[in-house]
Design a protein around this ligand. Structure first.
Ligand code: MSP
Length: 503
């Protein structure tokens, strides 16, 4: 059993405004952080997010709007912070790669590795993809275009600094093989392992000459160069939570991270470069790197040029924070790609949220209002003879916490959708119980004690639903708790008034 939980998200590039893909990782991370705070206590959970602010992409974007890069990144970082606030993201720390605490750590890492001989100077000739900020060698490319993004490559010849990835390949293979949960899900682990078995790693070019790119962290041993943006950015995971002493030893109360949540497109950097950088620094690797899938719009990637980028703020304005969070976590198994559409949100809204959860809350509160003048019935449960349906609900209330734990805190598959399904099983059992019991008949027949027991059970089920749904939909959970009150209900507006699907 782990007794602390340090969870990170990628640092988002600030060259453009955040979109739904970015919000996905942070919502998933927020859900886990909230869940783990309940399991381990607030002070044992650390949730880090932030922004990636150096490199060519950012410099170019700043040039386009005629701002100096620092002004530009200051402005953009605020957009990301604003979005996280709008989505109820409970991060503990937000790191920007332009902050001093980060720059100092990156320079220390460079010095340590240079002194050790793991960073060395070399001549570089090859092909460079500016949008991907990636170098390619002749054998990796066809027709002069980037193997990843297919755009035209630039031929480049210059002096640079290299990090000895190649020296650690065998260590990395063994580490992955010895730690089945290091890279998740399984298919991503296989992908990385088979890549490492089939290819010899090239050393990584970690510098850019200043005349080509000035917006980066200067190399301490060669001010004519700045640090390659990926080498710089990955270090955030340690620069945010600790520091190096004079002997070059790293100290942190949080490291190693229990979980780096990332998207599948940045697996190579996280599962190959990063563990090797840490190994070279004599720092423990993170426990788990989990790569989730992508949200697509009608089978295609979102992109500015296609004009199909969806803004998370628009979705929140239209549907509300929790509906958006619920949809992203419920609709697609974590790890797979999904199709994003407003129609699918509306379907989930009207079905799971309005019909199932919203209705259960509303009906329960209405009965307490109608039959018991808003007082939650108090009963002595010891001598109640529950019928089988009620017994099943009681049993389900007892089992649910463990069912959720199995999906969020064991096996490391982070199966949000399946966890929500288990909660909805209880909701549906309770709704069915109402329909089959026909409480209005109990009321008519003056069966007050039975009616009390019946409503008490619904209230208990709802309290458990609120408890379990909280990490996914914090506002909704709080609102259910508030409306249920302690002894007297405070009925509010329906939680999810149905949305008419306009033609
Ligand atoms: N700056 C780097 C990460 C450095 S981490 C030390 C970067 N930034 S990014 O802004 O381009 O992407 C950040 C994250 O957003 C990645 O995990 C990526 O997978 C995710 N997504 C970007 N588009 C996405 C979708 N359409 N769907 C889901 N996630 C997507 O890479």
């Amino acid at each position: 059993m782990r007794n602390k939980f340090y969870i990170t998200t990628p640092l988002y590039y600030v060259n453009a405004s955040p979109h739904i893909g970015h919000s996905y990782t942070n919502i998933a991370a927020d859900c886990l952080a909230r869940y783990m705070r309940r399991v381990l206590g607030d002070k044992n959970v650390w949730f880090l997010t932030g922004t990636d602010e150096h490199g060519q992409k950012i410099q170019k974007a700043a040039d386009e709007v005629k701002l100096n890069p620092q002004e530009f990144v200051d402005k953009m970082a605020l957009q990301f912070k604003g979005l996280w606030q709008a989505l109820n993201i409970s991060y503990n720390d937000f790191i920007r790669t332009t902050e001093e605490r980060h720059v100092i750590t990156v320079q220390r890492v460079l010095e340590i590795l240079y002194q050790k001989g793991d960073i060395y100077q070399g001549g570089y000739q090859g092909w460079y993809c500016t949008p991907c900020e990636t170098f390619w060698i002749e054998s990796q490319i066809t027709n002069g275009s980037c193997p990843d993004c297919k755009r035209a490559l630039e031929k480049i010849s210059e002096t640079n600094y290299f990090f000895k990835l190649s020296g650690y390949q065998d260590w990395l293979i063994k580490h992955i093989e010895d730690h089945p949960d290091f890279i998740k899900p399984q298919n991503r682990r296989h992908e990385v392992l088979s890549f490492l078995h089939l290819n010899k790693l090239n050393d990584l070019c970690i510098s850019r000459p200043k005349e080509r790119l000035s917006w980066g962290i200067p190399l301490p041993f060669s001010p004519e160069h700045v640090t390659y943006v990926w080498f710089d950015a990955l270090i955030n995971y340690i620069s945010a939570v600790g520091s190096f002493d004079n002997e070059g030893e790293y100290h942190s109360q949080w490291w190693p991270a229990e979980l780096h949540l990332i998207g599948k497109d940045i697996l190579r950097q996280h599962a190959i470069y990063w563990p090797i950088m840490l190994k070279a620094l004599d720092i423990e690797p993170p426990k788990i790197i989990f790569a989730h899938g992508w949200w697509l719009i009608g089978e295609t990637k979102m992109s500015k040029s296609k004009g199909n980028v969806v803004s998370p703020i628009d979705m929140v304005d239209k549907f509300g924070i929790d509906v958006y969070r619920y949809f992203l976590l419920r609709d697609v198994p974590f790890g797979l790609d999904g199709n994003f559409s407003e129609e699918s949100i509306i379907k989930r809204f009207n079905g799971d949220l309005a019909n199932d959860l919203g209705n259960l809350v509303y009906r329960t509160l209405t009965m307490i209002e109608k039959y018991f003048q808003r007082d939650t019935p108090k009963i002595d449960t010891s001598n109640i003879q529950y019928e089988p349906r009620a017994k099943n609900i009681l049993e389900k209330i007892k089992l649910l916490p463990n069912e959720i734990a199995l999906r969020l805190n064991a096996g490391f598959d982070f199966n949000f959708g399946s966890a929500l399904e288990r909660i909805w099983e209880l909701i549906n059992m309770a709704n069915k119980y109402i329909e089959e019991t026909k409480p209005w008949n109990l009321a008519k027949g003056n069966k007050t004690e039975e009616l009390k027991a019946f409503i008490r059970l619904l209230v208990d089920a709802l309290r458990e639903v609120a408890e379990q749904v909280y990490p996914f939909m914090p506002q909704t959970a709080n609102s259910i708790r508030e409306q249920l009150g302690a002894d007297k209900i405070k009925k509010g507006k329906p939680l999810f008034p149905r949305i008419e699907n306009k033609p």
